[in-house]
Design a protein around this ligand. Sequence first.
Ligand code: PEP
Length: 256
Amino acid sequence: MNRKYRKTIIAGNWKMNKTPSEAKELIEGLKAKVGRQKWCDVVLCVPFVDIPVAVRTARDAKIAVAAQNMHYEKSGAFTGEISADMLKELGVKYVVVGHSERRQYFAETDKTVNLKVKAALETGLRPIICVGETLEQREAEITEQHITAQVKVALLDIPAELVRKVVFAYEPVWAIGTGKTATAEQAAEVCALIRAVIRAKYGARVARSVTIQYGGSMNASNAQELLSQLDVDGGLIGGASLKADDFAAIIFAANQ
Ligand code: PEP
């Protein structure tokens, strides 16, 4: 983390978990644990139907609400989809774009990620852009090329003044929901690579202001080591964000 230049962001990705009443209970529990802490931004990426109750319940805490996906068009014949304007009007501040589960099961591509990043930024939502390599790609030693390409395409036609609003999450696919975590060195190396790609395109000032998270089986026991790496500015946390105690422990780890 480098708090001088950028915000630490700890985000919980609930995936397809928690009904609205369960969402309220979890957020109340989290507020009781962490209060109005000041050392990081806390974001909850909740299912669409939980957004109204999450925004209401989190309002008096320093907790922002994110959607887990959105469509890139403003409106139209896209049955089952949700637009950036719809999210914005509900009080959503962030949106996850290109999570590996969406790439894997819902045909998300680097191209649609770029379209969604543009639409989010134009609407005033901050995209959390997920990038990461599969185990096969790591073993074939093409992690660097793969991540570089994902970052470059995600940022196509995004002007420098908007890149500061972007958050990246380095999420090795092999570490998501598997209990396998990248080592602190692996996380640091790829987060530094993402920053280098941003630096090459936008310069050092912009690059140092962008928050880059690590995600992939982060939990209370490994969070502190991962978050102590210079280029790791937070976490995107799945399983361990579903219980107030576990998620609060990671938020406290970000204060070490
Ligand atoms: C995620 O959903 O982005 C994630 C990192 O999940 P987990 O922490 O469960 O690996």
